[in-house]
Design a protein around this ligand. Sequence first.
Ligand code: CUA
Length: 338
Amino acid sequence: MASTDAVVRSRRFVAGSAGGGLLLLLSGCAGGGPSTLDPAGFGARRVEGFWWLLFWISVVVFVEVMALLVWALVFRRRPDRRVNRSEPTRFVVVAGAGLPIVVLLTVYGIGLRDLAALSTPEVPPAVTVEVTGHKWWWEVRYAGVDGATANEIQIPVGEPVLVRLRTVDVLHSFWVPQLMPKTDLIAGKVRETWLHAERPGEYRGQCAEYCGLQHAHMAFLVVARPRAEFDAWLARLGAPARTPDSDAERRGQQAFLGSACVACHTVRGTAATGTVGPDLSTVGARWSLGAGAVSNDGGHLGGWIANSQTVKPGNAMPPQPVDAAALPDLIAYLQSLR
Ligand code: CUA
């Protein structure tokens, strides 16, 4: 009786484990996040092709090994069967050494071909973006344009864009799963990669190298738009920041320029010319605050100004002694910067 119970228990355990494993696998399918298997650009398409090649090779090898295992188990049960001694040795050399060498060399060759194709676009890039990694945000500048934004890269759709990557502190890694493979940012070096989006849209990017406490909140957005819209956006980036329209915005600007904010932040066309933190000239139009930490709305902006350490602990911005009465004006002013 006890042994029957044990069998039932072990069967339940196997069934439960298999079910749990399957659920885990399927949960990966329902993620809906950015995936290299949903490519929208040349680089990710290459990576996707290589991924499927490795997947199918793994499937074939797995099935083969399992078949051999079953065969060996069945074979072992017939010890009386006569065996030709030289045959197993030849089999081990061919299947155990020869075949893996051929498969691995083929995959290596295809990998080198893809690396070469990924390193240089087919046509010279029309736009160059200078991206600098900071703990924990991305500074984004465009060659020939005297302005900057943060955690957001706009590109013209259908055109290759050169991205030059630097870091001012630790290792980071630039990755837009739907557009391109990871490229590491290495101190003292300028790494180059390029972006290409086949269709307009927003593509989530993420730092893919663990870089400290807020590594997870080092996200960015690549926005691909038609050329005319991109040109207009770039012209806006290079122009002075919008001047205040309302009384609240004007009071907010006075509060901003009279605060310690100006030591670290730039608002183009004003006395604020700090370069430690992100350029705020178009902060009101950005998709998030704190590189994906929270959405960019009035409530979160107020919380961020008062004490960003409660929103994104460890970031470089110290808590600000802001007069509570001035906070709504400050929010109104920063939100008007678009
Ligand atoms: Cu930067 Cu992780």
